[in-house]
Design a protein around this ligand. Structure first.
Ligand code: F1P
Length: 346
């Protein structure tokens, strides 16, 4: 399994470390429970990992902000595996949360980008993302690499646990392998996204909605907009809209739907109708060839077709571009947003 994964993934750009996954697969296999702790963008990767792990591996997973975990009295059992995710490897909240879980007998699997960083050193096992240095403060390519590593872990673990059959394993492996070839097509939307940025840059608030694997991407889209463009944005599961956020919708509110084709497609179409009925402006990230949503939305951003489990690696790209271009359109320093540090060490 490892050779197969290594061969495929390394051939597809060589940015992913497989050794950490292979060496520690037994530890993950024996885990009665996996706890994922992280902050910010890394936490969003963790949330998506919860969905993927529970689907493919059937291991119970909990995801928590390290900034909460470190201060409360969480239940950690001996043998629980903590997956700690961090781009910088220096985030103080995550480091302290790791130490706390370690004291209670948990095993630490670190997923970090910076080699030799503090979180890498306190982890007993792990995998580097090797995404290269993030030039700006806000995490972007590290997020994609985190998702790739987490998906690889889930594939290998699911295969070895027997919860993922051979056919689906190979299908998902192929889908993952194809992602690097599809990323340029998503990036090619940049000019179009730039035009949308100028159209919507003066909005006071944004709402981001998605279901299933696309829900964490809605959260990440909203976070990027807050971080880089200083616009208030909320990410929500689209199905939660009726439980409160729908009251916000009027003709001034842009609503970004992460609406690529997946098992929730009919339901997300209904959600778009609900927003349109209240005169909200719909910007939808869609799979190429989706004429239904193209007819309904005010604007669409097209990404290539991919299995719903790996599609977030594509749909996050226009979200990052939108935040970037709105920041540029507003004359902001997108690489060094105010009040933010590259690694939050306090
Ligand atoms: C976590 C994080 C980033 C965010 C910003 C502040 O960092 O919240 O996601 O973009 O840079 O820190 P890390 O633990 O992933 O390095």
């Amino acid at each position: 399994v490892f050779d197969c994964l290594r061969g495929r993934v390394d051939a597809a750009k060589g940015t992913i470390t497989m050794a950490g996954v292979q060496a520690n697969i037994e530890m993950l296999k024996n885990a009665p429970r996996i706890l994922i702790i992280a902050c910010g963008t890394s936490w969003h990767a963790g949330l998506l990992a919860e969905y993927i792990f529970e689907e493919l591996c059937r291991t119970p997973v909990e995801v928590e902000y390290a900034s909460e975990f470190r201060y409360r009295n969480p239940i950690v059992n001996k043998g629980d595996v903590i997956i700690a995710i961090s781009q910088s490897g220096e985030t103080a909240d995550t480091l302290v949360a790791i130490e706390k879980a370690k004291e209670q007998g948990a095993l630490i699997f670190g997923i970090v980008n910076v080699v030799g960083s503090s979180i890498a050193r306190v982890s007993q096992a792990g995998a580097y993302t090797h995404a290269g240095p993030e030039i700006g403060v806000a995490s972007t390519k590290a997020f994609t690499a985190q998702l790739a590593v987490l998906t690889i872990i889930a594939l290998q673990l699911g295969y070895e646990k027997g919860t993922l059959d051979n056919k689906r394993f190979l299908h998902l492996l192929n889908e993952l392998q194809d992602i690097p070839e599809k990323i340029p097509a998503a990036l090619n939307q940049a000019e179009h996204v730039k035009q949308l940025a100028y159209k919507y840059k003066d909005a006071r608030d944004f709402l981001y909605l998605g279901r299933g694997y696309n829900f964490p991407i809605a959260l990440e889209g909203a976070l990027k907009l807050k971080e880089i463009s200083y616009i208030h944005a909320e990410g929500y599961p689209a199905a939660e809209m009726k439980h409160g956020p729908i009251a916000l919708v009027d003709e001034t509110l842009p609503v970004v739907f992460i609406a690529t084709k997946d098992s929730y497609h009919e339901k997300i179409i209904s959600n778009i109708q609900e927003i349109k009925a209240r005169k909200g402006k719909v910007i939808a990230v869609i799979t190429e060839g989706d004429d239904v949503i193209t007819q309904m939305a005010d604007d669409v951003i097209v990404v290539p077709q991919a299995d719903e489990l790996v599609a977030p690696m594509l749909s996050v790209i226009p979200m990052q571009l939108l935040a970037y271009y709105i920041g540029v359109a507003k004359g902001l320093d997108v690489d060094k947003p105010r009040n933010l540090a590259k690694s939050v060490t306090v």
